[in-house]
Design a protein around this ligand. Structure first.
Ligand code: MGD
Ligand code: MGD
Ligand code: SF4
Ligand code: MO
Length: 734
């Protein structure tokens, strides 16, 4: 293929010999891009490309998507079930039957000895929805432990909790098309160009056309901040104070939408009384944003015809994560910016199917946002699954972060980890290690055998990943998209769905509960139980979803019967005069008093430790660490450090430093940059045994999500640079 001017050095793209392209949605982030994987004549995946007529990405892919086909053959994949008697013994290859029998027998033994809830199951946001639904049915309907949760507690639980507190239910109201209608956008703690590059591209296109104000609240000069009209480098963990101050100005200057407030909300008097205390002068001393900037932002936001807010982990991962989300919703509600084109509060999700797990996994309740606490919901699902409603717990059990504390305390004796790697992703790893060592049994089900958490496993189940499997996923804007099997899992590895079905057989000998074998049939079952619910998908099927390159929920059977084609984009949850999910149909305005309970820098530990992500890597790098075109950008751990701070410490670019927190220490290379203020370092959390050795991770009281972005460290020069380099090289490989 030739591009560019024909006569002058045209760019040549190597011909990979693709003979067939197969459809899938991307398996990394929640943007939800449609991909085609190219197979050569031998049926080997050799290329990936964006799908041109998909509304989300319109032919584009980011650095991760474009090399995603390399996953299938990357190093470290699990190809055989493994077993051992103690976690520190050598692994022995096992048959699937032996491994699955052991998992079943250990669950039964532990539950009989210590009670039903003494066995925990931790899932993920990175499987397919049919897999989530099946695991939920198995866990809630047959195994019956209430200590069942997902890694989404590390990620989205503050958003979920904030939506529930404000609107009565989870479910992000907005969509990407809102960028095309908005007149002002505030982005809170979100670095779209690196973490959701294709959503960013949609935003940028809209922005270039109309140049609406883009305001970024982030303590770091992120790529998004570089492209913003205003950057508010907030003091970590104090977003709620800034939100209260913005509302203070809006009320004081009469810029609120009284008609919307009267028609659609309750609680405005208590909110006004609280924000009265946060005048811009007082607030600026806490949150570090000057009073005039606060006033300008408040006016710009409130006066815009339609104003939207997006946020990601800078808000969610905080001791005020849930409050920060409620604060965003408060701001949207008092200005009438919910459910209208360009006026919304849109949580940008994280993992490819974090939404699918929220909707269907039953981690926080029962399918499709049903609650364990509601007797009719328990009855309805029990009848549908053919189980005894009394078997369901009457309220939700522990969340993931509390489960680890219960392991430490000896209340939980066994765990099944599915597509999550807590030893790399939970805060304060030393504590997690202690908890894991106490377990009587641990099963790890992962597509990579070298995930850190497998160190503590007695049984390892090798799973397929992404387009080795069949099903659907839901993206940030509630769009359900198809993943089709492009190739088979390596060796004896099996799709997660196959594994759940084989475990289910062992708990369901008389076949009382039905577990359909293939994803299309499971989808039809989910469709039935979705009728009349918030996430009604009764009008969809696999084929229609693929044909439309994804369909946003709700899309009902009635809509389909009426001949309404699925919306191409732009579907919103609540309409301009919204009926919210509380019984009275009104949204709640909730006052948010602020108490600073974070670990803050002091003389011993003078730097903020801010942790987060890079465009080229995915979480613990089990995937991107093995793909050369991703890994080469940052193969070793490094910190962003302000050049003045580095100079004062006598640290030069490229030198290794030791970071020390109250928990432990870690080694990383110093990269001086003005991106961070003088009293902060930014450490990507992708590297083995690094960032989370240091983090404290205090928990949000509502969502139990850890504050990964607010800890304190000191930085020490390392005399023996050669030894540090060696250690760092060890960390780059698995
Ligand atoms: N390339 C890549 N993309 C990804 C992922 C990945 O691993 N790699 N992971 C996916 C997942 S699961 C998620 S959850 C998302 C995360 O996406 P993002 O949340 O955008 O990414 P992070 O880098 O974790 O954090 C965003 C910003 O929060 C800022 N921040 C820190 N403290 C505060 C604070 O107190 N207030 C405010 N306002 N901001 C603060 C940080 O400086 C950082 O720039 O990305 C998804 N996309
Ligand atoms: N310091 C710090 N820590 C953080 C964060 C932060 O910003 N800072 N962010 C947090 C957030 S938002 C998140 S979402 C978590 C993520 O935390 P984790 O869930 O631990 O993240 P991953 O490394 O993506 O782990 C997923 C595991 O599942 C495996 N896997 C992938 N696909 C499949 C599949 O299809 N089937 C199976 N069986 N296995 C599969 C991968 O190999 C990997 O081992 O990290 C959290 N930890
Ligand atoms: S933006 Fe996200 S969904 Fe799209 S290609 Fe990149 S990683 Fe995949
Ligand atoms: Mo996440």
């Amino acid at each position: 293929m030739l591009f560019g001017r024909r006569k002058k050095n045209p760019i040549k793209i190597a011909d990979k010999g693709v003979v067939e392209w197969k459809y899938a949605a991307c398996g990394y982030c929640s943007t939800g891009c449609s991909i085609e994987v190219g197979l050569n004549a031998e049926g080997k995946p050799v290329a990936s490309r964006g799908v041109a007529d998909a509304d989300v990405n319109r032919g584009k892919l980011c650095l991760k998507g474009i090399f995603e086909h390399e996953l299938f053959t990357s190093a470290g994949r699990g190809t055989k079930p493994l077993m051992r008697a103690r976690w520190h013994d050598e692994w022995r290859p096992a048959t699937w039957d032996a491994a699955l029998d052991t998992l079943h027998d250990e669950i039964v033994r532990i539950q009989a000895a210590y009670g039903r809830d003494s066995f925990a199951i931790i899932s993920t946001g990175q499987m397919l929805t049919e897999e989530f639904y099946t695991l939920g049915k198995l866990t809630r309907g047959l195994i019956g432990t209430n200590n069942y949760d997902g890694n989404t507690t590390l990620c989205m639980s503050s958003a979920v909790s904030g939506y529930k507190r404000s609107f009565g239910s989870d479910g992000p109201p907005g969509c990407y098309e809102d960028f095309e209608h908005t007149d002002c956008l505030i982005a809170w703690g979100s670095n779209l160009p690196e973490q959701h590059p294709i959503i960013y591209w949609r935003l940028k296109e809209a922005q270039e056309k109309r140049n609406f104000p883009l305001i970024v609240v982030d303590p770091r000069v992120t790529m998004l901040a570089q492209n913003a009209h205003m950057h508010l480098p907030i003091r970590p963990g104090t977003d709620v104070v800034l939100q209260n101050a913005l509302m203070h100005v809006i009320f004081k200057e009469g810029l609120h939408d009284q008609r919307y407030i009267d028609a659609n909300t309750i609680g405005v008097d208590a909110l006004r009384a609280e924000v009265e205390k946060y005048d811009p002068v007082t607030a600026s001393k806490i949150c570090g944003i000057d009073e005039d900037t606060i006033r300008v932002v408040a006016r710009t936001f409130a006066k815009a015809e339609a104003a939207m807010q997006i946020w990601t982990m800078g808000i969610n991962q905080s001791t005020h994560g849930s409050d920060g989300v409620v604060g965003i919703n408060n701001l949207a509600l008092i200005t009438g910016n919910i459910g209208k084109p360009g006026g919304t509060s849109l949580s940008i999700t994280g993992q490819c199917n974090a939404m699918g797990t929220r909707e269907w996994s039953s981690c926080s309740g029962l399918p499709n946002y049903r609650l364990l606490e509601v007797p009719e919901h328990r009855e309805e699902v029990a009848r549908f699954w053919n189980v005894d409603p009394e078997f369901f717990p009457k309220k939700r059990g522990m969340l993931q972060t509390d489960i680890y504390q219960a392991m430490e305390a000896g209340q939980i004796k066994g765990i099944w980890l599915i597509a999550t790697n807590p030893l790399s992703s939970l805060p304060n790893t030393a504590r997690i290690r202690r908890a894991m060592e106490k377990l009587e049994f641990c099963c790890v089900q992962d597509c990579y055998q070298d995930s850190e958490s497998a160190q503590y496993a007695h049984v390892f189940l090798p799973a397929g990943t992404w387009a080795e499997k069949d099903g659907v996923m839901t993206n940030t804007e509630r769009r359900i998209n198809r993943v089709k099997p492009v190739t088979l899992p390596p060796g004896e590895a099996k799709p997660d769905l196959w594994i759940f079905n084989r475990v289910a057989e062992r708990f369901n000998r008389e076949g009382r509960v039905k577990f359909p074998e293939n994803a299309a049939d499971i989808f039809l079952e989910m469709r039935e139980i979705s009728r009349g619910r918030l996430a009604d998908i009764s009008g969809m099927d696999h084929e229609l979803i693929e044909r439309n390159r994804g369909i946003q929920w709700p899309y009902t059977a009635e809509q389909r019967q009426r001949g309404e084609t699925p919306p191409k984009g732009g579907k919103r949850l609540y309409t301009a005069d919204g009926t919210f999910s509380f019984p009275d149909g009104r949204a709640k305005l909730i006052p948010l008093p602020f108490i600073d309970n974070n670990e803050v820098p002091d003389e011993m530990f003078p730097f903020w430790l801010n942790t987060g992500r890079l465009i080229e890597h995915w979480h613990g790098r089990t995937k991107t660490g093995k793909i050369g075109n991703n890994n080469k950008f940052s193969p070793i751990p490094f910190i962003e450090i302000n050049p003045d701070a580095a100079a004062e410490l006598g640290i030069r670019r490229g030198e290794y430093v030791r970071l020390v927190s109250r928990r432990s220490d870690a080694v990383a290379m110093a990269m001086p940059t003005q991106r961070v203020p003088k009293n902060m370092v930014f450490l990507p959390f992708h590297f083995h045994d690094c960032a989370n050795r240091l983090t404290l991770g205090l928990l949000d009281p509502y969502s139990r999500q850890p504050a990964y972005k607010q800890s304190a460290v000191r930085i020490e020069r390392i005399a023996d640079q050669a030894a540090a380099a060696k250690l760092s090289m060890e960390m780059r490989t698995f």
